[in-house]
Design a protein around this ligand. Structure first.
Ligand SMILES: C[S@@+](CC[C@H](N)C(=O)[O-])C[C@H]1O[C@@H](n2cnc3c(N)ncnc32)[C@H](O)[C@@H]1O
Length: 397
């Protein structure tokens, strides 16, 4: 056991239950399950998965820190982007998918209130029962007078006018992993070896091999290599089979308005680079990033970078216009984050210095500024979105 694995007895019992449940499924499947299935179980198995059971997840003592957790400046900027859309529809509402601690919901509603542009309803679709409870508690404490506008949903709502927002949700959708062994594509799955989960490869079926070949072409091109040169033998990466249908399904809830996606990721041609030969899988446990998806299943978050070219294709499939794609830094600059800093600081120099520090975390290239992207889809609206006005990266998709 590693020195940082100081998990409580309850947590140890929980991760053991998750292990046993996944091990049973592996045995029932003849000794091997796909990585996508493993990730699905580790994150979403009812009562067991990281998102469906009671792991700590966000904020201090949690596993990761997202942009809204770093600073209310993020939610305030998203709110101003929402306001532009709400101003263009009648009686608009907001749907937030995967609302975490509820921080961004509070910040969006608070800022929209100051703009006198509150949405008719603020809907939250959340898979995690304990996060729903945290969201309720936070919203009730921070904005008790707006409680009647907030509604929690278990399924996507019927089409409404307004905005859908999702921050760091796409990266949690289970991915398929593949490896190029120099001759054929293999699908990486999970097996049990000496009682422990272990990665195991199988020949990819023809549909997967076809898909991987197209993705590998980008890596080959970036290396100036051709199949058979050997340079990329052993190359491992992943893709998210359910990403397009999931995103299209979410957008179906929108009659007129915008969908705003925020997440870490890249256009496809930059994702599948020769030098990124171990993929983009990232796990989070107690603010430490690690690369072992088999460590503490059910207690550890497992994520992969988002292929934003897939998201651009999904916009078309959803009958939406791809209205913008930019880095988080340029999105925040386009929404005039510095004006928000002055407003939040209210003339207090110390407070301003703290906010400037938070803005740096959100915007610097070595922090979240470039890794994280913002993408906007529009349906039934012809609108210039300020967050996407300073930098247009759509041509990279
Ligand atoms: C990494 S957290 C981000 C939380 C929040 N958006 C933030 O930025 O702080 C991912 C959130 O998405 C939720 N989630 C994960 N998968 C989901 C899914 N398939 N549908 C809806 N919510 C999901 C999680 O429960 C959690 O609230």
């Amino acid at each position: 056991m590693r020195p940082d694995d100081d998990i409580s007895d309850d947590e140890r019992r929980h991760t053991l239950r998750v292990r046993e449940s996944i091990a049973r499924e592996i045995a029932a499947a003849g000794g091997w399950i796909s990585f996508e299935r493993y990730m699905d179980l580790a994150l979403y198995a009812p009562g067991l998965g990281y998102y469906s059971a009671g792991a700590h997840k966000l904020g201090a003592g949690g596993d990761f820190t997202t942009a809204p957790e770093i600073s209310s400046l993020f939610g305030a900027c998203v709110a101003k982007q929402c306001a532009e859309v709400l101003g263009a529809v009648r009686d608009g509402s907001i749907l937030e998918v995967g609302a975490g601690s509820g921080r961004m919901a509070v910040d969006i509603l608070a800022r929209l209130e100051t703009l006198a542009q509150l949405p008719a309803r603020y809907l939250i679709l959340e898979v995690s029962a304990d996060l729903k409870e945290r969201q309720r508690t936070l919203l009730h404490a921070a904005l008790p007078h707006l409680g009647n506008r907030v509604e929690w949903l278990d399924t996507l709502p019927p089409p409404f006018d307004g905005v859908i927002v999702a921050n760091e949700v796409l990266d949690a959708l289970p991915v398929s992993r593949f490896r190029w062994d120099g001759t054929v594509f293999e699908e990486l799955g999970v097996t049990l070896r000496d009682g422990a989960f272990s990665s195991a490869a199988r020949p990819a079926d023809s549909a997967m091999a076809h898909r991987c070949k197209a993705l590998m072409a980008h890596a080959m091109l970036s290396a100036g290599q051709f199949p058979g040169d050997g340079v990329l033998d052993g190359y491992i990466s992943e893709y998210c089979p359910r990403l397009p249908s999931w995103a299209v399904g979410v957008a179906r809830s929108l009659r007129t308005g915008a969908v705003l996606w925020f997440d870490y990721g890249l256009p496809r041609a930059q994702y599948y680079l020769a030098e990124r030969r171990d993929g983009t899988l990232l796990c989070h446990f107690r603010h430490r990033v690690h690369d072992d998806p088999f460590r503490h299943p059910g207690l550890s978050d497992i994520t992969a970078w988002v292929d934003f070219t897939t998201m651009a294709e999904a916009a078309g499939a959803a009958n939406c216009e791809l209205a913008g794609f930019t880095t988080q830094a340029f999105f925040l600059a386009g929404m005039h984050i510095e004006a928000e800093m002055h407003a939040f600081a209210g003339g207090d120099a110390n407070r301003f210095a703290r906010l400037a520090n938070q803005a740096r975390q959100l915007m610097l290239p070595g922090e979240m500024g470039e890794r994280f992207k913002a993408m906007a889809w529009l349906r039934g609206l012809d609108l210039e979105l300020s967050g996407f006005a300073l930098q247009d990266l759509r041509h990279t998709l």
